[in-house]
Design a binder for this molecule. Sequence first.
Ligand SMILES: Nc1ncnc2c1ncn2[C@@H]1O[C@H](COP(=O)(O)OP(=O)(O)OP(=O)(O)O)[C@@H](O)[C@H]1O
Ligand SMILES: C[C@H](N)[C@H](N)CCCCCC(=O)O
Ligand SMILES: [Mg+2]
Length: 247
Amino acid sequence: MSVLFITGTGTEVGKTVVTAAVAALAGPSVAVLKPGQTGVAVGEPGDAAEVVRLAGPHVATAELARYPEPLAPDTAARRSGLPTLGPDAVAKAVAGLAAEHATVLVEGAGGLLVRYDEQGRGLAEMAAATLALGVDVEFLVVVAAGLGTLNSTALTLEALRARGLRTRGVVIGSWPEDADLAARCNLADLPAAAEVPLLGALPAGSAAEGGAPFHAVARASLAPALGGAWDAAAFAARHAPGAHPVG
Ligand SMILES: Nc1ncnc2c1ncn2[C@@H]1O[C@H](COP(=O)(O)OP(=O)(O)OP(=O)(O)O)[C@@H](O)[C@H]1O
Ligand SMILES: C[C@H](N)[C@H](N)CCCCCC(=O)O
Ligand SMILES: [Mg+2]
């Protein structure tokens, strides 16, 4: 059983798409938990539904709190009068899912230090509470492709290390079709900035179609089993200007 907390260097960086890609490759026993969903009304599809659309109906999903306004969970809870979500409730939910599924993916809202409750606790505290229950946890950090990502990635990894939290690697959430010089250099420089491996890059547009096409893109875009090295040079060659990439 493996539990991966999926965070990012910010919001809209591609965490949901990467969560779906990891779920697509995780085999039949996989669950995705979105502890706090914001900006989505009751009954509307949120990130968990998007993962199922992309990865398939076999993915079990759960969500613990939902707030209508597209804000940080703590802010959205305060403005709506709905209860905040604390790390212990999330840890219990993760442990329950981990007892039933070989792979559990937990997608945060926004970046790592986004606050979910009045004490300012968030995904890092949720992971620590899960570890305290005896469930091993690693992080996957979803990062941007272009100029600026080296700093935001290094800051996020520094914050994880300062909290004693382990990171499996980083993944570029959306690789642009017309990658510029900075993006292409970042393929080589991200591992040094992050001090963990670059495990893949999801081409922009990957979320257009779910099911088999998405599974093919996920297979072509992520290191097998998110372990070992990922061939960034081959990826760059496949996505070089004028190339006709497959995934
Ligand atoms: N590789 C990709 N291919 C296609 N669309 C993408 C890709 N990455 C991100 N997007 C699109 O960009 C938007 C933001 O992506 P996503 O929802 O994954 O961000 P997020 O980091 O999960 O945001 P949040 O903090 O709200 O959870 C979505 O509309 C998504 O479809
Ligand atoms: C609404 C959005 N899509 C996310 N769910 C919430 C992102 C909160 C980001 C807070 C911040 O870092 O300023
Ligand atoms: Mg998301």
